[in-house]
Design a protein around this ligand. Structure first.
Ligand code: UDP
Length: 325
């Protein structure tokens, strides 16, 4: 197959490119490098089944050509990272909604299948743990910037499902839960690369809030395996799937574990949400996926545990050397 990956120079997109090429497919990447990096795909340059275009995602003639040339599209291009979302809400909403609209509109012309990546953020403040795909989405007020991300991705989901129901464009929606691994940057807020960088530098580990909020972390290798397999799963069309690991840890315990695994002397400090993000910032107290549905559809289960996830980020950060492009 020939796949197009939007946002393919991003952290998850670049691992997906590796996975698909490893499975014998051909991959084209489009990325505007807003949060992605050429460095993430540098090792693929020159591969005879890989090509990339650095371009604006909203360049409709170009995107139309790339969608047409491919057999199917993985749409990953999005504004992500809570830090970025809080700082640039206009960019978040516009990027997330407009890009998805355009990809779906163009794909619908030739009935080319699209897999849309959404996020566990859409569950918002729901306390109905574990989060099942058919559960309610509980968002906060529109005056609180964070929720713009969840709402913009929820619109993407509605749109993808609507294209399937109304125009028979085959679409699949996935909700990714805190995906982590090599190449992820802490620049946009992601906690594990941030804590690892802090621990390796023996700087304080910055726990936001009281540290009792929990998350479940998924290794990117597990996540991209799920993406590749859901794309070809007939029963997944027109439907929504969680992709996540269901092993839960508090952010305070996470900081302790990272300090231990890196043998760091960093202290753990608490930073109020109002300082870390903005006044009135709301966090999710718990976020745990139900993964029954994806297991039933494609037999997928995560294989990497938290220690392996942390170690992969530590190894990457220790080995990282500038790549000249
Ligand atoms: N967090 C933290 N310190 C940091 C960055 C994040 O304590 O330096 C917290 C953040 O407030 C959240 C959790 O770690 O409760 C996960 O944050 P991340 O941005 O990785 O993903 P989110 O689950 O918020 O999308």
């Amino acid at each position: 197959m020939h796949y197009l990956i939007t946002g393919g120079a991003g952290f998850i997109g670049s691992h997906l490119a590796d996975e698909l090429i490893g499975r014998g497919h051909t991959v084209t990447v489009i990325d505007d490098l807003s949060t992605g990096s050429i460095r993430n795909i540098a090792h693929l340059r020159g591969h005879d089944r890989f090509q990339y275009r650095i371009a604006d995602m909203l360049d409709a003639p170009l995107l139309a050509e790339l969608v047409d040339e491919a057999d199917a599209t993985f749409h990953l291009a999005a504004a992500v990272g809570v830090q970025l979302i809080v700082e640039s809400p206009v960019r978040t909403i516009e990027t997330n909604v407009r890009c998805t609209e355009l990809v779906l509109e163009l794909a619908a012309k030739k009935k080319k299948k699209v897999l849309i990546t959404s996020t566990s953020e859409v569950y918002g403040k729901s306390m109905d743990i574990p989060f099942r795909e058919d559960g309610d989405l509980v968002m906060g007020a529109t005056t609180r910037g964070r929720w713009s991300y969840a709402c913009s991705k929820a619109i993407d989901e509605f749109l993808a499902i609507a294209y399937w129901r109304e125009q028979r464009l085959p679409t699949v929606v996935v909700r990714l839960f805190n995906t982590v691994g090599p190449r992820q940057t802490g620049r946009y807020g992601m906690v594990i690369p941030r804590f690892v960088a802090q621990a390796l530098a023996n700087e304080p580990l910055t726990v936001y809030g009281d540290g009792r909020q929990t998350r479940c972390f998924t290794h990117v290798d597990d996540a991209v395996r799920a993406l590749a397999e859901l794309m070809t799963c007939e029963e997944a069309v027109g439907d929504v799937y969680n992709i996540g690991n269901n092993s839960e840890i508090s952010i305070f315990d996470l900081a302790g574990r990272i300090r231990q695994l890196t043998q760091s002397s960093s202290e753990i400090v608490y930073v109020p949400y109002s300082v870390a993000y903005e006044e009135n910032f709301e966090d999710m107290p718990r976020r745990v996926p139900s993964i029954d549905k994806i297991e039933e559809a494609i037999g997928w289960k995560p294989e990497c545990d938290l220690d392996q996830i942390i170690r992969s980020v530590v190894d990457h950060q220790r080995a990282e050397a500038p790549v000249l492009i």
